[in-house]
Ligand binder design. Structure first.
Ligand SMILES: *[C@@H]1O[C@H](CO)[C@@H](O)[C@H](O)[C@H]1NC(C)=O
Ligand SMILES: *[C@@H]1O[C@H](CO)[C@@H](O)[C@H](O)[C@H]1NC(C)=O
Ligand SMILES: *[C@@H]1O[C@H](CO)[C@@H](O)[C@H](O)[C@H]1NC(C)=O
Ligand SMILES: *[C@@H]1O[C@H](CO)[C@@H](O)[C@H](O)[C@H]1NC(C)=O
Length: 321
């Protein structure tokens, strides 16, 4: 009872309070995915540009600087840090209208910031991927990346040491449904042995337990659908330390999904719109695509950086939510 009252109260408080959010940068290119370095610098990809960009959000007048332009690509997608200072990202020859990649063009690249100048090398080609989208790492120094394939409705695993790729999970909950340009599984992140993922066409946020034997990742149970996003089509998301998910939802909402208390996170998660709205009429959050928490100090760790398809970088103050 107490937790139910508390939950109701916190839900009302979140709805009533204006969450402070601010557009800190307006990029000329659409933005697709974001990762944050321990220096606080944001790393930003665009599906419409083969250049990886960086932006320092701690300065007043931030500038968008290029880190590297990748060959054999027209756009970049998911990006993740898989060991300290070392990031992997998805590159490919993309048609942003049809939302499809040229067959055989998806590759995973490595950007290592531990040297004075970033060192770039190719990690793997994933020629059979339909559309590599979200990218994350299996925790625990595994050297295994997980790639969401929005067209195959699947998750690929990529070994960063050998470059070998393997279809790890393919499931109806990951498939697209739209007749043209459909997108299934989109963002994906692992926490506590569970792979959490969104499906853009199905408007779902789900999870599945993972297991790894001899370097092969498989599902250790059935996929649990945790929420159907009320405000539209979900894209990428960020998980916080409490296990809540901050989900970007097209056309214009940031939704906070919270697990029910005391039920081992199963059951339907609650939803609150914290920035924007379901109609997409809030011009300060237009087509949000990805979100990541700041790093580098305690102030940054409470800021959620949300990027959008019209090039906005939005800082959301998540304190006391
Ligand atoms: C930031 O840009 C604005 C507008 O161009 C300018 O007035 C201001 O002085 C700049 N601030 C800093 C710290 O450079
Ligand atoms: C780009 O693609 C061409 C043709 O497939 C290939 O020969 C070349 O090695 C690729 N370049 C890089 C840097 O991967
Ligand atoms: C994207 O696909 C559409 C439809 O097939 C086509 O008309 C367009 O030329 C393609 N764009 C690029 C850049 O290939
Ligand atoms: C909670 O989840 C953990 C991890 O999957 C599992 O081992 C445990 O059995 C679950 N407990 C209940 C009560 O479902």
């Amino acid at each position: 009872m107490r937790s139910a009252v508390f939950f109701l109260l916190s839900t009302l408080l979140v709805s009533a309070r204006a969450i402070r959010s601010r557009v800190i940068y307006q990029s000329p290119t659409s933005l697709e995915n974001i990762a944050v370095r321990d220096t606080s610098h944001l790393l930003l990809t665009s599906a419409a540009s083969p250049t990886l960009f960086t932006l320092d959000p701690t300065t007043t007048n931030s500038t968008l600087d290029s880190v590297h332009t990748f060959p054999n690509a027209t756009g970049l997608l998911g990006i993740t840090e898989y060991c300290p200072g070392v990031f992997a990202l998805v590159a490919g020859i993309l048609n942003v209208t049809t939302r499809r990649a040229e067959p055989g063009s998806i590759a995973i690249w490595n950007v290592d910031f531990n040297a004075k100048n970033p060192v770039v090398r190719i990690l793997a080609a994933v020629p059979d991927a339909g559309l590599g989208n979200g990218l994350t790492v299996l925790p625990g120094d595994t050297g295994i990346l997980l790639l969401a394939d929005s067209v195959a409705g699947a998750v690929w695993q990529i070994n960063v040491r050998t470059g070998a790729s393997r279809l790890a999970i393919q499931d109806p909950s990951m498939q697209f449904t739209a007749p043209t340009g459909g997108l299934g599984i989109n963002g994906l992140h692992v926490q506590h042995d569970y792979l959490h993922f969104t499906n853009t066409d199905q408007s779902t946020f789900s999870r599945v337990a993972l297991t790894a034997h001899d370097g092969s990742v498989t599902a250790a149970g059935v996929v649990q659908t945790l929420a159907t996003t009320q405000t539209g089509a979900p894209d990428d998301f960020a998980l916080d330390k409490q296990g809540r998910a901050w989900v970007t939802v097209h056309p214009g909402a940031l939704s906070l999904l919270s697990p029910p208390r005391g039920l081992n996170h199963t059951g339907t998660w609650s939803q609150v719109t914290v920035v924007g709205n379901a109609e997409g009429t809030d011009a300060s959050l237009n087509q949000p695509t990805s979100a990541a928490f700041g790093r580098g100090d305690v102030v940054q760790e409470h800021i959620l950086y949300v990027i959008t398809g019209v090039g906005q970088v939005v800082a959301v103050d998540t304190r006391r939510i």
